[in-house]
Design a protein around this ligand. Structure first.
Ligand code: SF4
Ligand code: SF4
Length: 393
């Protein structure tokens, strides 16, 4: 453990792993939810986003994570431009290969070259196979892509080779048995710790000494907007701590975690997160028990479908707004658990406010969205259920 003193004189917590050989800020900047030029566009608001990158660097964040298709392909060029204004050895850059977009080793190399060009660099400090679930793993194996990128690692073009994954522990074991990886990026937060197998996945990686990059520590922002009861319990414990800070500290307190990625969307979020890591305190046992116990129970009651709002399932060819329907469904279930009439009344009002094509009743059961959901939510069946509810609401 060490610290980096930023230009402001504040101290950012950093960790170093022997196998990685670099000091990495415990807070990493995920470049997938940057401020945009409007609500309906993925076009990045450069002045605001660049100022956030500058502030992050000045305060000691040195790990930046992007992906080929984040912001509909605009995140990598943004990272290249925003970070390109700073000395290259002052930050660590990570991006990912979407194996499903290539059909051969040559295709993968071409895509990698395109990424280097977008990012304005001749090397990547960290490179990941993106969402290496069972289907994508089969593609990687069939094309022999591990060997391609392990070769680039040997040449020094890639610093460390890893993967991100939303699959379960059994598949993770298969991947780890298959090849040597330097690090792994998994979804880990106090809600998914038990329900989505995060505890077991973390344990597996820790037992093999593989450093963990945490994604979705705040579960797409949901753990920064807790239902009233859960929020009250945390407020009682520390009225000054933000809800997001509890979620970030939960992930960061685990030994073996290399960095905790936060997809920050505005300067306020950045500053709140910086405050957490510039005055970092590992979670105590009583705090941890509260998060995993009463707070998680209360959250799960309010959010029975584990949708993070990532929108990977979109766009639906029939125009269904999948995450919005699921958010409405979760809210309905929460209200109905307290008063069934209140639940149905909410549902009726909510669906009346949706644009015509957005409603679940427009789902044609084509299945296109299914494989794209990292949480493995049975979307078509859920849309059928929601449509049924909307009819009687
Ligand atoms: S299964 Fe339904 S919700 Fe999913 S993409 Fe097809 S029409 Fe849209
Ligand atoms: S349904 Fe799945 S893919 Fe779609 S927004 Fe929710 S978590 Fe993301």
């Amino acid at each position: 453990m060490s610290f980096a003193i930023g230009e402001t004189g504040k101290i950012m917590e950093r960790r170093e792993f022997k196998s990685i050989g670099k000091e990495i800020s415990l807070l990493g900047f995920g470049l997938m939810r940057l401020p945009t030029q409007g609500q309906e566009t993925k076009a990045i608001d450069y002045p605001v986003a660049e100022a956030m990158v500058d502030e992050a660097l000045a305060q000691g964040i040195n790990y930046f994570d992007t992906g080929y298709f984040y912001h509909d392909g605009l995140s990598e060029p943004f990272a290249g431009k925003a970070l390109g204004r700073h000395p290259r050895d002052g930050f660590l850059l990570a991006t990912k290969l979407p194996a499903w977009l290539v059909d051969s080793r040559d295709g993968a190399r071409r895509l990698f070259e395109e990424q280097l060009s977008r990012l304005g660099t001749d090397r990547l400090d960290f490179y990941l196979f993106h969402n290496l679930n069972a289907g994508h793993w089969d593609m990687v194996e069939r094309m022999g892509l591990y060997e391609v990128f392990a070769g680039l690692r040997d040449e020094g073009v890639i610093g460390r080779l890893g993967f991100s994954m939303h699959d379960g522990p059994a598949h993770l074991r298969r991947v780890l048995d298959g090849h040597d990886f330097d690090f792994a990026q998994i979804q880990l937060n106090y809600i998914d710790w038990e329900s989505l197998g995060a505890r077991e996945m973390y344990g597996l990686l820790a037992s093999r000494g593989i450093p963990v990059v945490v994604m979705e520590p705040v579960r797409g922002g949901a753990l920064a907007a807790l239902p009233g009861e859960a929020a009250g319990k945390l407020r009682d414990l520390d009225p000054r701590a933000s809800q997001a800070s509890w979620a970030l500290r939960f992930a960061a307190s685990l030994p073996g975690v290399m960095t905790v990625l936060s997809g920050m969307s505005d300067p306020g979020q950045l500053r709140d997160n910086l405050a957490t890591f510039n005055d970092y305190r590992p979670l105590g046992q009583a705090e941890r028990d509260l998060l995993l116990g009463e707070v998680a129970t209360s959250f799960n009651l309010a959010n029975p479908v584990p949708c993070t709002g990532c929108r990977y399932c979109m766009d639906c060819p029939s125009g269904v707004n999948i995450p919005l329907n699921i958010a409405a469904y979760n809210e309905y279930r929460y209200r109905a658990s307290m008063d069934p009439k209140r639940g149905m009344a909410f549902f009726g009002l909510y669906f009346a406010s949706l644009a015509d094509a957005e409603g679940a009743e427009n789902c044609q059961d084509c299945g296109e969205c299914q494989d794209r959901c990292p949480q493995s939510i049975g979307i078509p069946a859920l849309m059928r259920d929601i449509a049924g509810l909307a009819r009687v609401a």
